[in-house]
Every structure is written in C-alpha cells, then in structure tokens.
Design a protein around this ligand. Structure first.
Ligand code: ASP
Length: 359
C-alpha cells in the first residue's frame, strides 16, 4: 500500500473529471453593469459535496432555465437544510455540547463581488437564505449568534426547534458515553462495568454542504451551509461561514468551498487559495489538491497527526472554474462529490487525495 500522495491515482481522477473546452471570450453584462470579460457559449456546471445529489440537480435545473447561479445553488442546498435525515446541515443537524443546534452559512455572488454570512445562528432552518439576505439587505458581511437570529426574524423568518428526535438521541448517547467520571449514564444493568466506552467513535462528527455553480451567463457563485462540528463548544464557528476559508468566489476565475475539519481550514484559508491557484492556471482538482497539501504541511500539533506525521483528520475541497471545469480533492482517500454538467443527471465522483486510507 502506498500511503504517500499517489500521483497516478490523482491523474486518473483528474482525467475522470470531465472538462469543457473551446470557449471563446467576450464581455457580458450582468445586473445592468459591465462586469468584465466572460466566456461565451458557457457550459454550466454545479458541484457540491457528496450529500448534494438533489441539490446539484435542482441548481442545474434552475440554471438551465436562466437562473442566476447564486439563486440556483441556494435553492439547491435548501433541500439539504430542510432534510431531517441529513444530520450535518440545517434541520436535524447535530447539536453543540449542550444539545442546541447552531448553524453556519456563507454565500458569495461572483457578478456583483458580494458575500454574506451568518454564524452560530439558532432556530432558523435555512441559514443560507439568511446569509444571502445579509449580502443583499445589509452593509455587513457576517452576522453571528443572537444578532443573526434577530436579523433573520426582522426579515420574517420563523423560529423553530431544529433538533430532531434522532439528533437528540445521538447527542444524548454521546453525552452519556463521554466519560465514566460524570453523572450521565447510558442504559446499563447490574453486570455493566465499563460504560464510558466508544469515546473515539463520538469524537469528531463532521458534515456540511458546499455547492458552487456556473450559470448560463458565465457567472459563478457559491454557498456553504452546515451545523458544524457535532458536540462543539457553544458559539464555536467553523470555516463554512468564513469567506476565504469555507467558500470563495471570483467571477473571473471560479469558485471553491470545503467540508471537513474547519479548524484546519480556518488556519489555511484554503478556498481563496484554491481560487488563486486556479487564477495561476491550475485546474480545479489540482488546485484543491494543493490546498490539501498546504493543510497537511501546516499541521504540526502531534495530537492532530498520525504515526506517519499525516493529519489524523480529513478536509475536502470542491472547485469549478469559468471554463466549466470541475474537481474535488481531500486529504484522505474515500471522499466523493456530486456534480451536474447539465447534460445528464447529477453523478457522484471520487475526490483526488493526498493519502490513501489503509482500510
Ligand atoms: N467544515 C465544517 C465545520 O468545521 C464541518 C464539516 O464540514 O464537517 O464547521
């Protein structure tokens, strides 16, 4: 087994990721403004994390009907936010250590060069819609916590309990098994002894959706939305709502976003780096892989490294460029992404990776 960066696998995955070529350049007008040089005969594309099959399909359907990429990707991720069975996003998301669901989200709109985000917002099922309103209806870029909730309510959002029964039970199980030293106990009987087991299993529970789209006008936008790390300290903010980290869009280059251990990504601001790598000529997949490498090299704390000095966590990136090329990469093998190029149904693709999991 080769645990190092597997160039052949990487190139194979790169050739699997379809590309659209042969596109001429011309100036286009968006929102009544000349926004720069864009591509003609655009081949639209929508990419997302692997939980976005329905989201990418919805976004592409809207794009094909002429929608702006941001409207399309937000409508796409709303499906996942509303889904009680995806416990990494929106309604049904896994809660913080006190059993309260706190959500993070950001959006970026290429043609207008704007962005908006909310962090640690409670009781609002669709934080991506609120993030979009921060962009459209305030002079701010990021609003957090109580302020974000009040902002959402000012715009008519209704508060609701986001904790589903299933998420509550998972949280309770985590809490009960967390320690043998506290007073919370899982079900046990007269024979039970070690009832604090399973700690490892519950240590890191991650999940998010990032979705980026290129629309028929050649405009690029993206959104990232998440319930963040399960069992986090209340008020913890991950990479998802931080522009440059969990999402970045440049209308002349492309878009990138992430899922996985946000703390690592916050320290490397990988999404903006991926966009910059693409500006320098790298393809989306190679740019994502470069971001993974950067995180790996930047991780120095022993508690975050395995016996071979590789990160003991995963981070995944997804990117598109204005040519309609797309790709994804992760630190560890096994990650996947969803993509829709408008010609067929959304499909799942393997991410390129730095290190191959041994099992
Ligand atoms: N990146 C998200 C965060 O750190 C979590 C995840 O994608 O799993 O909040």
């Amino acid at each position: 087994m080769n645990d190092g960066m597997n160039r052949r696998d990487f190139l194979k995955a790169a050739s699997l990721a379809g590309v659209a070529t042969g596109i001429g350049a011309q100036s286009i007008v968006a929102e009544g403004l000349l926004v720069g040089t864009k591509t003609a005969a655009v081949k639209p594309v929508v990419i997302s994390s692997a939980n976005g099959l329905a989201a990418t399909a919805k976004a592409m359907e809207m794009i094909k009907n002429g929608a702006d990429a941001l409207d399309a990707v937000v409508a796409g991720v709303n499906i996942v936010e509303d889904d009680p069975n995806d416990n990494s996003v929106g309604y049904g998301g896994l809660p913080n250590e006190e059993g309260v669901v706190e959500l993070d989200s950001s959006v970026m709109h290429g043609p207008s060069g704007r962005g908006g985000a909310v962090a640690a917002i409670r009781n609002i099922k669709n934080p991506s819609k609120v993030a979009k309103l921060v962009m459209e209806r305030s002079d701010h870029v990021l609003i957090v916590g109580e302020g974000a909730l009040r902002f959402a309510k000012s715009h008519g959002f209704k508060e609701e309990d986001l904790l589903t029964d299933e998420s509550r039970k998972l949280w309770l199980e985590w809490k009960e098994k967390l320690s043998t030293e506290d007073d919370w106990l899982p079900p046990h009987d007269i024979e039970s002894k070690d009832i604090g087991e399973n700690l490892k299993k519950w240590l890191r529970v991650t999940g998010t959706i990032n979705c980026n789209g290129l629309d028929l006008k050649g405009n690029v936008s993206g959104v990232t939305t998440t319930s963040g790390l399960a069992w986090k300290i209340p008020g913890r903010v991950g990479d998802s709502p931080i522009l440059g980290a969990g999402l970045y869009v440049d209308n002349s280059v492309g878009a990138a976003g992430s899922t996985g251990r946000g703390e690592a990504n916050l320290l490397s601001c990988s999404s903006v780096m991926i966009v910059e790598y693409m500006r320098q000529g790298k393809g989306p997949e190679e740019a994502c892989l470069m971001a993974c490498k950067r995180i790996s090299e930047q991780t120095k704390m022993k508690r975050l490294l395995d016996d071979n000095n590789r990160p003991n966590f995963n981070v995944n990136f997804y990117a598109i460029n204005v040519k309609g090329e797309f790709g994804g990469a992760s630190i560890w093998s096994g990650s996947r992404y969803a993509v829709n190029t408008g010609e067929a149904q959304s499909r799942i693709m393997e991410c390129a990776y730095l290190y191959k999991r041994s099992r």
